[in-house]
Design a protein around this ligand. Structure first.
Ligand code: CAA
Length: 370
């Protein structure tokens, strides 16, 4: 049922508009609202807080369909569900859940996740944004970079150092900051290679007051919340890679059947046919890894390694598929006449955000080696 309703939404609303949004770098506000009306912004939010109360497996099925047509919309939904609703539902107080989850599920506020900083990307524990203790709460000061949905978000989950002298990774808090908070401004907006329907910017915090009621968990627990949350986020990005990969395959099959050279359709040449066979096989492998990681998470089992493997494999396979899709389309694939040009650009980010490819290898190898 989720797949059907997600596919219907994607084909009705994303398919006809995604190329325009990409060209004009337009954040699809109306499409995100429509997604909210379909329940896609509160998919994993418990029903008592206005969500659908479903799990990670449902989320990845939804994300494959959305990313099949628009990866910009796909990342917006993935971050909102996994990195914003997820930690509030899992680690938030009853009061935080009651105040924030219904607004997030209804799409009244879209969420953004603020971990990365100019000097702290892969080495996320080295963030410098400060949380200074004040009467009744904290004041946040610092700059966050490459924040997905930054300019269009209504609620920010922000990670900041609460104890500069504390042990690395155990000195960070997790804070909820609404967009209207005094001292919070949108910094430089990024112009990106791909996922251009998603907005990305710096977020600048100048002594932003956060009451104690909006600290998630213990003020030293934030880094673990950030990493555990990223397990879910990585499964979401792996599902995004599966969606883009499927787009590459479907468009390439269509083109290989239509385009004729040397008196027959190019799909009849093994050079093209074998590319399609590999693309289809890798797609199935990626999808199974993604579903396995999601199922482990839903079962409450450790899923850090499985999530990293799913993202590592799916993002690499998706990039190879995008490269082959452009190759199969030849000169046509290098122009905006065909969508594979956009898929090729969109695919690239899946190997970069929510932990670059080598970070996934680092996570997997630490599990192997101890
Ligand atoms: N769940 C819970 N706890 C975890 C965990 C997990 N998945 N992974 C590690 N931890 C715990 C560790 O056990 C450790 O706890 P102790 O101190 O009690 O021993 C603590 O967290 C610190 O872990 P590490 O020692 O492993 O930390 P590290 O500094 O060596 O870094 C890392 C680990 C994996 C490299 C991490 O920094 C990382 O994932 N880096 C990549 C950052 C990233 O993915 N950024 C994404 C930005 S957000 C984004 O892109 C979203 C978007 O907008 C699309």
């Amino acid at each position: 049922m989720i797949r059907d309703s997600a596919r219907e939404f994607a084909e009705r609303t994303l398919k006809p508009n995604a190329a325009t949004w990409d060209r004009e770098e337009r954040f699809p506000t109306e499409a995100i609202q429509e997604a909210a009306e379909n329940g896609f912004l509160g998919l994993t939010v418990p029903e008592q807080y206005g969500g659908a109360g479903l799990g990670s497996l449902h989320a990845v099925i939804l994300l494959e369909e959305v990313n099949r047509w628009c990866a910009g919309t796909g990342v917006t939904l993935s971050v909102h569900n996994s990195l914003i609703c997820g930690p509030i539902a899992k680690y938030g107080s009853d009061d935080q859940k009651q105040r924030w989850l219904p607004q997030l599920a209804a799409g009244e506020r879209i969420g953004a996740y603020c971990l990365t900083e100019p000097q702290a990307g892969s080495d996320a524990a080295s963030i410098r944004t400060r949380a200074d203790r004040v009467d009744g709460g904290w004041r946040l000061t610092g700059t966050k970079s490459w924040i997905t949905t930054g300019p269009d978000a209504g609620l920010f989950v922000v990670y900041a150092v609460t104890d500069p002298e504390g042990k690395r990774g155990n000195n960070i808090g997790c804070f909820l900051v609404p967009a209207e908070a005094d001292g919070l401004t949108v910094g430089k907006k990024e112009q990106k290679l791909g996922i251009r329907a998603s907005s990305t910017s710096e977020m600048i915090f100048e002594e932003v007051f956060v009451p104690d009621a909006d600290v998630i968990g213990d003020s030293s627990q934030g880094f673990k919340i950030a990493l555990e949350t990223l397990d879910a986020g990585r499964i979401g990005i792996a599902a995004q890679a599966v969606g883009i990969h499927r787009a590459c395959l479907e468009d390439s099959v269509l083109y290989a059947n239509q385009r004729e050279q040397f008196g027959k359709s190019i799909g009849r040449f093994q050079a093209v046919a074998w590319k399609l066979a590999d693309m289809a096989t890798e797609l199935e492998a990626s999808r199974l890894l993604v579903h396995q990681a999601a199922a482990l998470r839903d079962a409450g089992q450790p899923c850090t390694k499985a999530a990293a493997m799913a993202k590592l494999h799916a993002s690499k396979a998706c990039n190879l598929a995008a490269q082959d899709a452009v190759q199969i389309h030849g000169g046509a694939g290098y122009t905006k006449e065909f969508q594979v040009e956009r898929y090729y650009r969109d695919a690239r980010i899946t190997e970069i955000y929510e932990g670059a490819t080598d970070i996934q290898r680092l996570v997997i190898s630490r599990h192997l080696l101890g």
